[in-house]
Structure formats: C-alpha cells, structure tokens
Design a protein. Structure first.
Ligand SMILES: CC(C)(COP(=O)(O)OP(=O)(O)OC[C@H]1O[C@@H](n2cnc3c(N)ncnc32)[C@H](O)[C@@H]1OP(=O)(O)O)[C@@H](O)C(=O)NCCC(=O)NCCS
Length: 190
C-alpha cells in the first residue's frame, strides 16, 4: 500500500485473466474519465479483450484499500498490420517521410490506455501507473495518441518527456484532431 495524504492505494500488475475479470470496472473508469457517452463501454469491450492477447501486452492497476480499481494503464508491442500502427505510419510518412516513420515505428511499445477515476486524479496515480507500466519494457520507444487540447494527460506526458511525433492528425472515422507523442525508453528517473 502506498499511503498518501489523500488515501491508501497500491499498484499491481494485472495478468490477462485478472484484466478480463476487471473489464467492466476498467471500462467504467474509461467512460467517466473520458466523458464518453453511455454505450461506449459495450462497444469498446471486445477491442480491449483483443488487445490483451497481443504480444508484449502488460497492464498496471491502482487499487484502493477495498481492492477497487482507481486507475488503469495498459499497452503492448506495436506491430505492422495493427490498425493504429498503419494509421500512424501513413500520417507520419506523408508528413515526415519514410525514414522518420521507420525511426519511430520499428521498435515501440504502444501506450494504449491510461485512465484514473476523476475523483482520484491529480494525486500522481497517473504518473506512477505510467512509470510502472513502462519499467523494463524491452522496446526502443513508447508511442501514444491523445486528443489535441489542454488536459491533464498532456501535462503528464510533457512532464515525462514525451515529444511531438505527429500533430493534428485525423484517424480514419474520427473527426477529432489527435497528437501522436513519443519518447525513447527507458523514462528518465523522477
Ligand atoms: C491523464 C490521467 C491518466 C493522469 O492521471 P493523474 O493521476 O491525474 O495524473 P498525475 O496526478 O500524475 O498528474 C496530474 C496533475 O497532478 C499534478 N501532480 C502530480 N503529482 C503532484 C505532486 N506531487 N504535487 C503537486 N502536483 C502534482 C500534476 O502536475 C498534474 O497537474 P494538474 O492537476 O494541473 O493537471 C488522468 O488525469 C485521467 O484519467 N484523465 C482523463 C482520461 C485521459 O485523458 N486519459 C488519457 C487519454 S490519452
């Protein structure tokens, strides 16, 4: 348990089975943290389950004293053929050329999701989850996508040294502009 002025919580790495068991809880945090509409959880569930089968998948959870989920972060080794990989390669190749796309996309860990319950944000749980998730990841880089605009997520990523890889990018089927951010691994020490 990590005791703080704002409560007690602990960090655990979840196996794929534990992740599946906590999927409704994890999706509930995702939907409230991202302020997505009702029905998003049902739509996302199959995708999250598929992600858990991918090579290099790993997941960190923050749990409170009652063993309830406060936050979750997961990702996996990105590969050619995956939807996100191909979208980013297309955008990066168009904007910066093949060598730059190769530099980022040859060996990376995709940070797919990171969410903390709104009432528990700002207590460094996001940073702790991210540091633990990436600790020992055997990839040259970490990459992520996040909606453009100011947010706690942006503050966290900048604080941890994430750089612009591709800005104002539109994924197919999503009208929102996204930023692709990345940095070499390992992270710098706090
Ligand atoms: C992004 C997210 C996961 C970050 O988690 P978090 O636990 O809130 O992150 P941290 O506490 O590490 O950092 C957030 C804030 O706390 C501050 N903070 C962290 N540790 C601190 C400390 N010891 N002292 C003072 N401030 C601190 C940070 O500077 C940051 O500042 P802000 O309050 O002005 O935003 C979380 O905010 C979230 O779930 N957001 C909604 C969902 C989302 O956007 N997910 C990412 C999609 S790409």
């Amino acid at each position: 348990m990590t005791a703080t002025s704002s409560g007690c919580f602990r960090y655990v790495q979840l196996s794929a089975d534990e992740f599946r068991a906590r999927l409704p809880e994890a999706l509930a945090i995702y939907v409230t943290a991202m302020r997505y509409p009702d029905g998003t959880a049902e739509q996302r569930a199959p995708m999250w389950l598929t992600h858990a089968l991918r090579a290099g998948w790993r997941c960190m959870a923050a749990l409170d004293a009652d063993d309830e989920l406060l936050g979750i972060a997961y990702g996996y080794k990105g590969r050619a053929g995956q939807w996100w990989h191909e979208q980013v390669r297309q955008g990066l190749t168009r904007r910066s050329g093949v060598p730059e796309a190769d530099r980022w996309l040859t060996d990376y860990f995709e940070l797919t999701e990171i969410h903390v319950r709104p009432e528990n944000q700002g207590k460094r749980i996001g940073e702790d989850l991210l540091r633990r998730l990436l600790d020992g990841v055997p990839s040259a880089n970490v990459l992520l996508s996040t909606p453009e605009g100011t947010s706690r997520a942006w503050k966290l990523y900048r604080r941890l040294g994430f750089l612009d890889v591709l800005r104002d990018y539109h994924f197919t089927g999503d009208p929102r502009p996204f930023a692709i951010l990345g940095r070499p691994l390992p992270l710098d020490a706090p």
